[in-house]
Design a protein around this ligand. Structure first.
Ligand code: SAH
Length: 277
């Protein structure tokens, strides 16, 4: 446990009369060097950590070895816990533990359902705080040499979910408006729906020659990139058997990749005292 968090930790759980605090912590996109100091301090003094599938092993290795660790991983097609079950689990754990960390990829409030979990905890009277993380839509393009705004060609950016087919987001994505709304479009969870997205953007008037970058496992050692155009991306994805998780970036900023990727960062190599879980 570190000094910063010592007063937040209860070593005598039996004496607890109030529920503990749940921290909704953003783990960033993978490179442990992009994790916040506040998030790391909380992991080091956590009693319970409930984490998602996209959290990198180097960050899980920072968890207090005495903490209970629960994988609530939710990758497409392999649900291990449903959202209401996760919220119930957080409420239950907060009755027993002082510091409960809910660790999510990227930022908890960017396509991370952090608001839903926070609402559930507040309704149950459980103290809750959010600790923002670096969202994939900003850091992942950066690690591929793509600035999402650039004075010469993009003064605006839209973050959008490509996973709207299941009707998860209300109101549904208006691709017509998105196509004209900003110069850069950053799409989360868009890989399985890419054919539909491209068709919608081109019918809305975007040139088929508009550049697009797909970046998989960005900021991690296994990062993969596919640079294409709206006209060719679906065929290129099929040829490369490109898989999620990936961020898509659409717009002229993608062209900067050819010279800015020379300044691409390397993931931080962290040596920890305890092995990855
Ligand atoms: N809360 C997260 C997003 C969760 S939605 C955040 O703020 O980043 C999950 C989607 O995020 C994935 O389908 C993918 O589109 C994107 N994503 C998350 N981490 C990523 C990574 N390291 N590389 C590429 N895409 C990533």
């Amino acid at each position: 446990m570190n000094e910063f968090m010592r007063d937040r930790h209860s070593s005598d759980l039996a004496a607890m009369t109030q529920p503990g605090t749940v921290y909704l912590v953003g783990a960033g996109p993978g490179d442990p060097g992009l994790f916040t100091l506040k998030g790391k301090a909380l992991l080091e003094c956590a009693d319970v950590v409930i984490y998602d599938a996209l959290v990198s092993p180097q960050i899980l290795a920072m968890v207090n070895p005495q903490a209970e660790q629960i994988n609530a991983g939710k990758r497409r097609g392999a649900h291990s816990m449903l959202q209401p079950e996760i919220t119930q689990l957080l409420i239950a754990k907060a009755q027993l533990a002082a510091v409960v960390v809910r660790l999510k990829g990227g930022d908890p409030f960017v396509f991370g359902r952090g608001g839903e979990e926070m609402a559930g905890l507040i309704a149950a009277g459980v103290p809750v705080e959010v600790v923002p993380g670096i969202t994939a839509g900003v850091a992942v393009p950066a690690y591929a040499g793509i600035p999402i705004t650039h004075r010469d060609c993009s003064s605006s950016v839209t973050f959008v979910t490509g996973h709207e087919a299941a009707g998860k987001y209300q109101p549904e994505v208006n691709w017509q408006a998105i196509a004209h709304g900003s110069k850069t479009i950053v799409i989360y969870m868009g890989i399985h729906n890419m054919a539909h997205i491209v068709e919608a953007l081109v019918s809305a008037g975007l040139s088929p020659q508009t550049p697009i970058a797909l970046i998989r496992w960005g900021t991690r050692p296994e990062q993969e990139e596919l640079i294409s155009t709206l006209a060719t991306v679906v065929a290129d994805m099929a040829a490369a058997q490109f898989q999620p998780p990936a961020i898509a970036v659409i717009g002229e900023v993608v062209n900067l990749h050819t010279w800015l990727s020379a300044g691409r960062p390397q993931p931080l190599a962290i040596v920890t005292d305890y092995p990855a879980q």
